[in-house]
Design a protein around this ligand. Sequence first.
Ligand code: GTP
Length: 330
Amino acid sequence: MENTRRTEPAVPVYILSGFLGSGKTTFLTQVIDYFTALGRKPAVIMNEIGEVNLDGLLIDRTVPMAELLSGCICCTIRDDLGITLSELLAAHQPDLIFIESTGVAHPLEIVDEVTDASFTLPVELKSVISIVDAPQLLQLSRTSAGKTFLLMQEQIRCASVLVLNKTDLVVPSDLPEVEQLLRDWNPKAYLEQSVHAQITHELMEVLEQKHDQEYENGQQQRGQREEKQHEHNPCKAHSSHEHVIAYTHYFDKSMDSHEFELFISRLPDDIYRAKGIVTFRDTQSRFMFQYAYGEVDFVKITPPDGVRDVGVFIGENFSKEIIRSSISLL
Ligand SMILES: Nc1nc2c(ncn2[C@@H]2O[C@H](COP(=O)(O)OP(=O)(O)OP(=O)(O)O)[C@@H](O)[C@H]2O)c(=O)[nH]1
């Protein structure tokens, strides 16, 4: 949205949405590289539901970054977003800002917060990008149940750009079914399929051009939702992710890599996302582990000094005690 009361140009803000583990950070690292290569200066606001910002370790350390931790940006720490935007602008004068929300965030509340901030700060909401986990959406749509499915619908509905990711994990003949779902819920958004959230030239052109569509989408949906709910308290309106819990565990020892891999691959079904940094007894390097819906991935990492070994486990109604005691046996 064009800021008419100021002469200084408004800094474009991109909201990055998408369910837990859908590929938001994978996407973000590529768009940051793209804009940096063009001589632009991107900055990032990272929101994590857990106590630590692990995704931030995957972003180039020269990129200015602010963290909103231990809560979801769309409700519990929503008011902090305006302050964080203001501090980021003052300290780093970025050319563009990406806000990576937690996977359980409702983008409309973040859209509201950014547009509110644009009344007093030189920022403009440019685009809401939703990264969609293709296999997970397909699975949930076939059972048509659960709060996660409703939240994914909301994330898809208010996007101006949809990236249908992880298509390598879907049988090709099933892809039209999942793409049709996106089109039914959001016929207007720019849509691309991807593997590892690979960006394309066309997508980047769209990101550069989009203006008010996401704001209009947001306002329209807000009207519909408020009519339905007569509910003005965002936290109450967001009962659909109050069931999501996060457990942060600081590892106090190195572990055997095979035992740890077995432990991660056997996490209970009600944990759908886990990530962290570990040191193994039987290898030289430290590793970042990523777990999303049964898929496990390990990458070598050299975190900055002072970063501890830690794991964040996110899911519904799981026993933190069982996770803690299982880790103590490794
Ligand atoms: N097979 C496959 N794996 C992918 C793809 N995209 C991302 N991943 C993997 O999925 C895991 C989660 O990716 P992230 O980019 O961290 O997801 P995220 O949405 O930022 O996760 P949260 O911030 O925890 O919600 C990582 O192990 C990625 O390497 C894809 O297209 N295919």
